[in-house]
Design a protein around this ligand. Sequence first.
Ligand SMILES: [Mg+2]
Length: 418
Amino acid sequence: MAQVSEIECLYIDFDAFFASVEKQLRPEIRRLPVGVTALDSEYSSFITRCYEAKKFGIKRGMKVRDARAICPTLSVQVARPDVYVKIHNRILEEIDRHVPVTKVWSIDEMECTLTGRERFSAPQLAERIREGLAKAVGPYITPSIGLSANQFLAKVAGDMNKPNGLTVLHPRNLPGPLLNLKLTDLPGISAGMSVRLDRAGVQTVEDFWNLAPKHARAIWGNIEGERMWAQLHGHRVERPETQKRMFGHSRVLTKGWNSPDKALDCLSLLTVKAAYRLRRSGYLCKALSIALRPQDGERWSAQSTFAPCNDDQALSRQMRTLFKLGRAQFSENVRIKSVYVMLHDISKPEAISGDLFDFADEDSARSKRWGNIMTAMDGLNAKHGKALVTMGPRANLPGGFAGGKIAFGRVPEAEDFI
Ligand SMILES: [Mg+2]
């Protein structure tokens, strides 16, 4: 860990991304408060909403019906994941014209490491990126950009002046502006973690700043506490490269197994398999992608994002929703050559901060309950045999699905999906 004295990171986080994309693509709703839902239902809740809608008191996770009651002019749009992924790709292309993207954190957040002269003209670079994005992607899809010593501080900076902000948090001015923040404003400090900090006598960012690094580690119970302390202080923190970021499976479908219905069966099993590995590693995921490659024609893929979870029910539901979208792209008698499913936006339960969206509490609670049931089932299966307890009947596919015997092919990279 080295102390950084210059701006080494540029972090971009798009403002109310899905709602902004809808405004960009639908001029007729630009002047309206806009909320985006995952499903076309009055009982569905918002996964994001624009800043105008926020002013009416519309919250993430609020039901459409309740929102209409307090905001009659509200325009409700159903999320179009495939469209958002295309825009995401155009964004990456444009940023890359100015500076290489070092890491994509989510569909609307990305990080660029600055080197050499870029470090001394970072605000100008940020402005060029903003102008480029307005031209290439559209002026309604606005980014908030943070500049600082490392990714953690640059993300914090980006959040300080949303929407459409540019905030420089220079290492020489630390802790300065950080002291105005709440602990839960820091990425990785969830409400649960702030309770634990409070018990240890850490109530403010200043308290946290003044801790001894070893003390921070003790509060977290692992090295993550010390890492966070170091990042807050403007250190460059290297993370082990071995950290697992995605769990996924692919499969080539043999003759007799390449109808759409069989492809869905196969995807269901692969999803359950990936979810099992996710739970075994102690992670939750916030995004799922699938890809379908037909025998003739182009590969189709899409991604959905949701409240952090690791249970078969929630993930299978997401997979099926995407599959329906994909199925509709192909003719009725299409033959599917191969399928992929991938769980990403992976994090440990204690690191979840709901930074992209907040979700209805009941969804999270349901997922948590299912997560506990799945963990109990995993335990039984590990002790007594691979499929002693399953949710519903388990189909057998050619080649079987027993552990390491199956060749799932390579684990695809995120780039395969975006
Ligand atoms: Mg955002």
